[in-house]
Write a protein that binds this ligand. Structure first.
Ligand code: 3HC
Length: 314
C-alpha cells in the first residue's frame, strides 16, 4: 500500500474515533490500537476463566440445593464470558490457542483478584457483591468502547454481572440477618476482600502505563482512579444496609464533593500479586494448565467432528 493510502486510512480511523464511532474488525487501525486491545481483551478473557476457580471451589459445599444451583449457573456464566471475549480477541487476528498458551506460560496476565483464597461461604457472597460489583463499575463503560466487537460482548456480560452482584449481596444479607457467628463470618469476608477489590481497578493514575493512550482511543472511558472512586461511593452505602463495617478508618463522606474519601490500597501488594507472588497464583495457574491438558480429548473430538461436517458439505 502506498504511503498516501496508509495515511488516508489512519485519518479515517482517527475521524471515526473523534466522532465517537465504532471501529470494526475490517477497518484499518494503528498497530498500537490493535495490540492494546489484544492485551486488554485477552487479560479480561483469562480473568473470566481463572475467576471460575475460587467459586468453583464452593459448588460442592454450598449450604443448600438452591445456593448450589445458583452458584453453578454463575460459574458457568463466567466460562461464557471468557468465550465471548476470546471470540472478540480473535476478530483482531489472533488465535485463542495462542492466547491460552500465553496465559499458561505467564506471558499474559489475569486479574490480581483471583489470586486470593475463598475460605468461607461468606467469601462467595463477598465475591459476588464486591468483585462482581467492581467488575460492573469497570465494565459498563466498556460497553461504549470504540472497538465494536468488545463493546457488544460487554453488553451481555454486564447484564449477567448485575445478576451476580445481586446474588452475592443476597448471600451476605442472609448471613447478616442470621446468627452472630454468621454475621461475623460476613464481616471477616468484607475485611479480607475490601482491599483486593480496590486493587482490581489497577495502579493509581500516575503509575498507569496505558490509561492515557487507551482513553485517547476510546478503549477506556474513565481512569483507574475515577472508577475506584465510583466503586467506593456505590459500595459503602450498601455495606451500611448490611450492617457491616468497611475496614477503613480513613473513610469519610465529604458533603461538599458528594464522594467518600478513602485510604488507598497497598499497591506494593498489587504489584507483588501481578508478578505472581499472591497467595494462590501458583495454584490457580497449575489448575488451569491441568484443566486444559485434561480437556485435550474434547478439543480433538470437536475438531474431528467439525472436519467430518465439512467433508459432508463438500
Ligand atoms: N490485575 C492484574 N494486572 C493488572 C491489574 C490487575 N488488577 N491492573 C492493572 N494491571 C496491569 C495491566 O495489565 C498493565 O500490565 P501490562 O502493561 O503488562 O499489560 C499494568 O498493570 C499497568 O496497568 P494499566 O492501568 O496501565 O493497565 P490498563 O490500562 O490495561 O488498565 C484495567 C487495567 C483497568 C484492568 C483494564 O485493563 C481493564 O479495564 N480491563 C478490562 C476488565 C478486566 O480485565 N477485568 C478483570 C476482572 S474480570 C472480572 O472481574 C470477571 C468477573 O466475572 C468478576
Amino acid at each position: 500500500m502506498s504511503h498516501l493510502g496508509y495515511a488516508a486510512l489512519m485519518d479515517s480511523f482517527q475521524a471515526t474515533i473523534d466522532a465517537d464511532g465504532r471501529i470494526e474488525p475490517r477497518d484499518a487501525m494503528p498497530d498500537g490500537y490493535r495490540k492494546t486491545l489484544i492485551r486488554q481483551i485477552a487479560q479480561h478473557a483469562h480473568s473470566e476463566i481463572i475467576g471460575m476457580q475460587p467459586e468453583g471451589n464452593w459448588i460442592s459445599r454450598a449450604p443448600s440445593l438452591r445456593r448450589k444451583a445458583i452458584l453453578m449457573a454463575k460459574v458457568q456464566d463466567e466460562a461464557g464470558h471468557g468465550l465471548y471475549l476470546y471470540a472478540a480477541a480473535e476478530t483482531l487476528g489472533v488465535d485463542r490457542a495462542d492466547l491460552l498458551d500465553m496465559l499458561h506460560t505467564g506471558r499474559q496476565k489475569y486479574s490480581s483478584i483471583f489470586n486470593y483464597p475463598t475460605l468461607t461461604w461468606a467469601d462467595i457472597g463477598a465475591i459476588g457483591w464486591l468483585v462482581d460489583g467492581a467488575a460492573i463499575v469497570n465494565q459498563v463503560p466498556l460497553c461504549r468502547c470504540s472497538y465494536g466487537p468488545y463493546a457488544r460482548a460487554m453488553v451481555r456480560v454486564c447484564k449477567e454481572e448485575s445478576f451476580h452482584q445481586r446474588q452475592g449481596f443476597e448471600i451476605l444479607h442472609t448471613l447478616c440477618n442470621g446468627t452472630e457467628g454468621q454475621k461475623a463470618m460476613a464481616q471477616d469476608a468484607l475485611d479480607r476482600w475490601w482491599w483486593p477489590s480496590l486493587m482490581m481497578f489497577g495502579p493509581p493514575d500516575a503509575s498507569s502505563t496505558h490509561s492515557e493512550q487507551s482513553m485517547a482511543w476510546g478503549i477506556k472511558r474513565h481512569s483507574n482512579d475515577e472508577l475506584r472512586q465510583r466503586f467506593v461511593d456505590m459500595t459503602v452505602p450498601q455495606a451500611d444496609v448490611l450492617g457491616l463495617r468497611v475496614p477503613d478508618d480513613g473513610l469519610v463522606y465529604d458533603e461538599s464533593t458528594g464522594h467518600y474519601s478513602f485510604t488507598e490500597p497497598d499497591y506494593t501488594e498489587l504489584y507483588a500479586v501481578v508478578k505472581g507472588n499472591g497467595p494462590c497464583n501458583e495454584k490457580r495457574l497449575a489448575h488451569r494448565v491441568k484443566a486444559h491438558e485434561d480437556g485435550a480429548w474434547v478439543r480433538e473430538a470437536a475438531a474431528a467432528y467439525a472436519a467430518k461436517q465439512q467433508e459432508a458439505v463438500a
